[in-house]
Design a protein around this ligand. Structure first.
Ligand SMILES: Cc1cc2nc3c(=O)[nH]c(=O)nc-3n(C[C@H](O)[C@H](O)[C@H](O)COP(=O)(O)O)c2cc1C
Length: 193
């Protein structure tokens, strides 16, 4: 079966480098044969997680929508900005809200459980945001996903993309191609049982 992969950037910034990387990843995944859905968290605003809020009003509708979207895919490609060497709050907040989902009606429902996850990052700095991925990886393992080894960090991101969205640098592009290849391979094993 064709692997279904959800691509999402952890930034809502206009002109986001990670949104550009997500777009490049979506094109590459589709070229390699995946069925790709690319979304933006702009369309799923969430309040800052607060357990009082969760106890009073439950899990927000947008977190439930994201949970169902994640569960409808075999894999997720996350493009993660690095904030102070770590995970940005927009992404962490979304991951945390979705991690609180445990049921859909009377059925057990854990959207992150068993999903394959690939990580990418883009930053204008020399390290391309790679230090943040160490933290993102740890969080994603904690919520029950299988994070693949390959990852893609794009440095000098302000000048890293061609006008058509492709990565200019051969090394960065090879990292992206290999990360997509590995994610698809893992998701295909899952689709085929
Ligand atoms: C609070 C904060 C902390 C940041 N820390 C880092 C950092 O540790 N390393 C880095 O490479 N860039 C850092 N940056 C710069 C981001 O990489 C930059 O804002 C980038 O454009 C964010 O990704 P985006 O373009 O996808 O929005 C930081 C930015 C902010 C707002």
């Amino acid at each position: 079966m064709t692997p279904r992969i959800l691509v999402l950037p952890g930034s809502n910034r206009t002109g986001s480098f990670n949104a550009a990387l997500a777009a490049a990843a979506a094109v590459e995944l589709a070229q390699q044969g995946a069925d790709v859905t690319r979304i933006s968290l702009v369309d799923y605003p969430l309040p800052i997680l607060d357990e009082n809020l969760k106890n009073e009003t439950g899990i927000p509708e947008n977190a439930l929508k994201l949970g169902h979207l994640i569960a409808a895919h075999d894999g997720v490609f996350l493009c993660c900005p690095e904030y102070n060497s770590s995970i940005p709050p927009l992404l962490k907040n979304m991951i945390d809200w979705v991690s609180l989902i445990t049921r859909d009606g009377d059925k057990v429902f854990k959207p992150w459980a068993g999903r394959y996850v690939a990580l990418g990052s883009a930053s204008n700095g020399k390290l391309g945001g790679i230090r943040g991925l160490y933290h993102v990886r740890s969080v994603m393992v904690n919520v029950g996903t299988q994070v693949i080894s390959e990852q893609c960090a794009v440095s000098g991101a302000a000048d890293a993309f061609e006008a058509d969205g492709r990565l200019k640098d051969e090394r960065a592009n090879t990292m992206l191609v290999n990360t997509c290849k590995s994610l698809i391979r893992h998701c295909s094993m899952m689709s085929n049982g």
